[in-house]
Structure formats: structure tokens, C-alpha cells
Design a protein around this ligand. Structure first.
Ligand code: KIV
Length: 275
């Protein structure tokens, strides 16, 4: 049985150059499977807007949605460090709103930290949330909640100037107290440079191999989500195909009458002759 990572382990792993892995989960069953695996960290990502709720972006996701899914994941994964995303609109309006929503998510789900998207412009917000007692994971690079502002789902940090801004953002988030930072969709050289520039772990998704940890959406890594496959997604198991095989076998046996056989039926004799 794996031992649950603590906040302090994040920095320790980086100091020891020990890599780890991070995956999303949004429900009890999947969380319990991740919990049984060697993966150290779970993200209840607002990507649930697409994978669970069928929206075409993360924008419509609410704090209540995050709490609903966060609670289920916490019930399913007792030995895995769990992050819950702060959704769009829950931390941008004011520091007071941000603290209120972060505290609600932390308190009602029982997760280990919250994550929010944005760089140096969120330093004061992050400090206020941490001051209230909620650990914060940062998220820079491609920030899907503001993908419209970024002109779509595009690789970030592709110029010297924008790479410099990302390095400054990572340093500002570390300085603000983030214990780790997700870095999404940047050239591998930028991922490496940022990982070398801060002492907290950089959790990369499409940020190359020279970061401290890889993050991925569970439905992507297991080949379950057919709508969109980013370049950085490697399918490690084709679970959708296996599910379809299982469902079609169930359908065939149900319509042919092969299922349920004796083995799957209650065979107790009951006298029905008087009925
Ligand atoms: O919501 C999510 O799944 C994320 C990952 C893309 C890191 O934030």
C-alpha cells in the first residue's frame, strides 16, 4: 500500500530528484482505482466540465460542481494527495470571494489543497487563501479557463519574452507560497528552465520530460475521451475499446438469453402452484 504524500513531501521529492505522477479523477470508482495504483497525486480538475458534464470548455463549471465531485473523490482515495480546482469566476472577482470559495472547497470536500490558474497577477489572492489555511497549487502556461483570451488552446512561452514572463510567474507563485505549480503546454526547453528556476516542483502537462512530475487527464491516458486528443497525450491503455467490447458482449448475451445463466440467477424453489 502506498503512503500518502504530504505537502512537505513535494519539496522533499524535488530536492531528492524523485519524480512522481499526477492524474485527474472525478468520481468514487475512478478515484479508488487511482488510489490502488502507484500514482501519487489526484487532481479533481475543472476539466470535469468536458469529461464528466459534456461542456465544450471549463468555463461553465461551478464551485458546487467541484465540491460534488471533490467529495466523491476524497471518499474513494484515502492514500492519495488530492487537489481540487477552483473554477472560473470563483477567485477573480475579489480576494474575499476567493478566500470564501477556497475555504468552502477545502472544508466541504476534505481535499488537501486547491489549485488556481494565473501568474503574478494572483499573488495577493494566493497569499490571502494561504493565510486562511488552505494550501495552494499554482497553474501557469496554457490556462484553459482563459483560453479565449489566449486565442485558443495554444502552446505558450514560445518567444523569449513570453518564456521570461512564465519564469517570472513561477518565481512569483513560489514567493507567494504555492507549494507546487502546474505548467501546461510549453516547449520542453521552457519546461526545463522553469523547473530549474524554482525550488517547488513543476508539474508538467505538455511541458516535456525535464519537469518534476507529469500530469494528465485520466480519460486521455486511458483512451476514454474521443472528442479531442492533444499532442502531449499518450494513450497507455485503450479502456474505451475494452468497455465497448464488454458492453457489446453484455448486449449480445442479453438478447440471445445466454445471460443470466444459472450462475447469475437465484435458484431457490418457490411453490407458485396456488397462484
Ligand atoms: O482541469 C484539469 O484537468 C487541469 C489539468 C489540465 C492540469 O487543470
Amino acid at each position: 500500500m502506498k503512503k500518502k504524500m504530504s505537502i512537505l513531501d513535494f519539496k522533499k521529492y524535488k530536492e531528492e530528484k524523485r519524480k512522481f505522477a499526477y492524474v485527474t479523477a472525478y468520481d468514487y470508482t475512478m478515484a479508488s482505482i487511482v488510489d490502488e495504483s502507484d500514482v501519487e497525486v489526484i487532481l479533481v480538475g475543472d476539466s470535469l466540465g468536458m469529461t464528466m458534464l459534456g461542456y465544450d470548455s471549463t468555463v461553465p463549471v461551478t464551485v458546487d460542481d467541484m465540491i460534488h465531485h471533490g467529495k466523491a473523490v476524497v471518499r474513494g482515495a484515502k492514500n492519495t494527495f488530492i487537489t481540487v480546482d477552483m473554477p472560473f469566476g470563483s477567485y477573480e472577482i475579489s480576494e474575499k470571494e476567493a478566500v470564501k470559495n477556497a475555504v468552502r472547497i477545502f472544508k466541504e470536500t476534505g481535499c488537501d489543497c486547491v489549485k488556481l490558474e494565473g501568474g503574478s497577477e494572483y499573488v495577493d489572492t494566493i497569499k490571502a487563501i494561504i493565510k486562511a489555511g488552505v494550501p495552494v497549487m499554482g497553474h501557469i502556461g496554457l490556462t484553459p479557463q482563459s483560453s479565449t483570451m489566449l486565442g485558443g488552446f495554444k502552446v505558450q512561452g514560445t518567444t523569449t519574452e513570453s518564456a521570461k514572463k512564465l519564469i517570472e510567474d513561477a518565481k512569483a507563485l513560489e514567493e507567494a507560497g504555492c507549494f507546487s505549480i502546474v505548467l501546461e503546454c510549453v516547449p520542453s526547453v521552457v519546461g526545463k528552465k522553469i523547473a530549474e528556476s524554482v525550488s517547488v516542483p513543476i508539474l508538467g502537462i505538455g511541458a516535456g520530460k525535464d519537469v518534476d512530475c507529469q500530469v494528465i487527464v485520466l480519460q486521455d491516458v486511458l483512451g476514454m475521451y474521443p472528442d479531442f486528443k492533444p499532442k502531449f497525450v499518450k494513450i497507455f491503455a485503450n479502456v474505451r475499446e475494452e468497455m465497448l467490447k464488454g458492453l457489446n458482449a453484455y448486449h449480445d448475451e442479453s438478447v440471445s438469453g445466454a445471460f443470466p445463466s444459472e450462475e447469475y440467477s437465484f435458484n431457490k424453489k418457490v411453490d407458485l402452484s396456488d397462484l
